[in-house]
Design a protein around this ligand. Sequence first.
Ligand code: NAD
Ligand code: UDP
Ligand code: UDP
Length: 317
Amino acid sequence: MFKRKRILVTGGAGFLGSHLCERLLADGHDVLCVDNFYTGTRDNILQLLDNKRFELMRHDVTFPLYIEVDEIYNLACPASPNHYQHDPVQTTKTSVHGAINMLGLAKRLRARIFQASTSEVYGDPTVHPQTEDYRGHVNPIGPRACYDEGKRCAETLFFDYRRQHNLNIRVARIFNTYGPRMHVNDGRVVSNFIVQALRGEPITIYGSGRQTRAFCYVDDLIEGIVRLMRTSDDVTGPVNLGNPVEISIGELAARIIALTGSRSQLHTAPLPEDDPVQRCPDISLAGRLIDWKPTIELNQGLQRCIAYFDDLLRASA
Ligand code: NAD
Ligand code: UDP
Ligand code: UDP
């Protein structure tokens, strides 16, 4: 039977958070979106502001938050390397203090809590594809560490709150996800390449372009997150969520040029330090636990994303 819940989404004005808020509202719930607008924008949730079941609160999760909700999705944290390295100390604080505060809130309310963890906990992986039991290969003092180690510590906190306080936790390790509402200046590869292609600017390939990633369309990912949160109480994760179709960055550039019909040239730029060489999720656990797998192929998702950025760039021209 449907039970209407009051649900907190931290980072709800960001790329993934805004899609999640929309989905939870469509499912009939009340949504409280908490965001400090570090990388998120009001534009992402503009279409939700008139909805009586939607509430927006400007707040930084590194500070305590005393509210009443039934369920918590903790997504607050910049996700693009450009953004999370801009103020690395704040990034670690957001992951760690943010997790402590949201777990404290969940403990007081006895509320179920979801953590948006990341494939970055595997670092530059030596096991391929990555399974959840792989413990990772992370440089603890490199430029990505504020994010990777922050997210690893957040996972530790989630599992300690479960062991110590019997909290009902769900942890997903999200692999590269793309889609509408990524910021034009987000800096991640899919939005960068599409915006560059549409503007006829050089496509910036970092390094050789032989490094790989596997890209999941946002709607598939949101379905996975919601399923994980709705499944039976003994499931905690961590569970990989991503689309296990691996592609090199060079090939991604070629696809985007073909799909946009762009005349952009390829431009090589230095490979950022500690950039993972290869990444692809093993999603068999998600298949077994929540009967989930992505349904949207890369070309299809890219086309939707291209249409979104095309409209956006024309509107702002
Ligand atoms: P995003 O940058 O678009 O969204 C992050 C949101 O969190 C923004 O709205 C931002 O303003 C907010 N935020 C940041 N610090 C905050 C703070 N201290 N207090 C309150 N709000 C704060 O990124 P995204 O891609 O939507 O990522 C959302 C979550 O999913 C992040 O936790 C990220 O680590 C995780 N994730 C995303 C991906 C992906 O491919 N998109 C992959 C792995 C993990
Ligand atoms: N907290 C919060 N909202 C709440 C309850 C707790 O933000 O409704 C914060 C509070 O700042 C605290 C943190 O969560 O520091 C961890 O709470 P917990 O009860 O686990 O720890 P303690 O208060 O004992 O340090
Ligand atoms: N990348 C690139 N050009 C760009 C942005 C990113 O070649 O304009 C590369 C980056 O070096 C990495 C991959 O694309 O190898 C994915 O980068 P992104 O920042 O999207 O996510 P990551 O998986 O590294 O967190």
